[in-house]
Design a protein around this ligand. Structure first.
Ligand SMILES: NC(=O)C1=CN([C@@H]2O[C@H](COP(=O)(O)OP(=O)(O)OC[C@H]3O[C@@H](n4cnc5c(N)ncnc54)[C@H](OP(=O)(O)O)[C@@H]3O)[C@@H](O)[C@H]2O)C=CC1
Ligand SMILES: O=C(O)C1=N[C@H](C(=O)O)C[C@H](O)C1
Length: 246
């Protein structure tokens, strides 16, 4: 049995993770912690899962690393600077691995991988992410990570910037620029979590779309990460691609 603690346990994702852990024969939920609860209850866990808020996740993660706990992090908001900070904390503390998953949906991970692979073959690329209106941040962590992967693949292949002759616009009309990739964020009642990657070439458009219809969709990926985080070859892993053999 792997002992699991959940941070953000009363939130939309945290509550779903608690249910999934309780339903798994090989996992035991030993602590469910939310805003205002003492984190010390988590010291009885081997693996801590964090689905809280981008503003608090770094403090939680530093605490987990200092305690030598393995951490599976779903909370969004990780850029290169934050990842470097996590690496520094890991260097200073000998025990505990960290897996940060921008998206634990299997289809979403495939969407990111397909986008990365397709990126060098099209001169234009833009990302549209669509979420429920209670989401705390924009753009989504998934869109940010997709843009990073796409930008990296295009740079490696020597593809230049996406063509764009816009000279006049209202602020924000062309979305956010994430490493040269335009990212547009929609917030709409009725939605859960969705993304389209639009790739345009000569007379053709290739669209990759993923839809999470509910939060259960993330649970196979979260449980896979919980089961494997202790044995990962690197102290810090970003994404579950390697766990899926991608
Ligand atoms: N990687 C993935 O696959 C997915 C990632 N996410 C990400 O997960 C995060 C959470 O999303 P969601 O569940 O919808 O958000 P919610 O707001 O529903 O849940 C977050 C929970 O964390 C609590 N919380 C806030 N601060 C702390 C703290 N310091 N310690 C413990 N608990 C705290 C909140 O309490 P309170 O409300 O009182 O502030 C709330 O109960 C977001 O960053 C989101 O983008 C979401 C879906 C999938
Ligand atoms: O807040 C959400 O809901 C989601 N957050 C993650 C993100 O920011 O990418 C993952 C998924 O999109 C759902």
């Amino acid at each position: 049995m792997i002992k699991v603690g959940v941070l953000g346990a009363r939130g939309r994702m945290g509550a779903e993770v608690c249910r999934a852990v309780e339903g798994a024969d090989d996992l035991e939920l030993v602590a469910a912690v939310d805003q205002g609860d003492a984190r010390e209850a988590l010291t009885s866990a081997e693996v801590v899962v964090d689905f809280t808020h981008p503003a608090v996740v770094m403090d939680n993660l530093r605490w987990c690393i200092e305690q030598g706990l393995h951490a599976v992090v779903g909370t969004s908001g990780f850029d290169a600077e934050r990842l470097e900070q996590v690496r520094a904390w890991l260097r200073d503390n000998p025990r505990g691995n960290v897996l940060i998953g921008p998206n634990f949906g299997i289809g979403a991970v495939l969407m990111m991988d397909f986008a990365r692979r397709a990126a060098p073959f099209f001169e234009s690329v833009e990302i549209v992410e669509l979420h429920h209106p209670n989401k705390a941040d924009a753009p989504s962590g998934t869109a940010y990570r997709t843009a990073e992967l796409v930008a990296e693949a295009r740079a490696k292949a020597g593809v230049g910037p996406s063509p764009d002759a816009t000279t006049s616009q209202i602020d924000g009309a062309r979305g956010a620029d994430v490493q040269g990739v335009r990212v547009h964020a929609v917030r709409l009642s009725g939605l859960v979590a969705h993304q389209e990657v639009l790739l345009g070439g000569h007379g053709e458009v290739f669209t990759i779309r993923h839809d999470s219809m509910n939060r259960e969709s993330f649970m196979p990926g979260v449980l896979l990460a919980v089961r494997r985080v202790a044995d990962l070859p690197d102290r810090l892993t970003v994404g579950i691609e390697s766990l899926l053999g991608l």
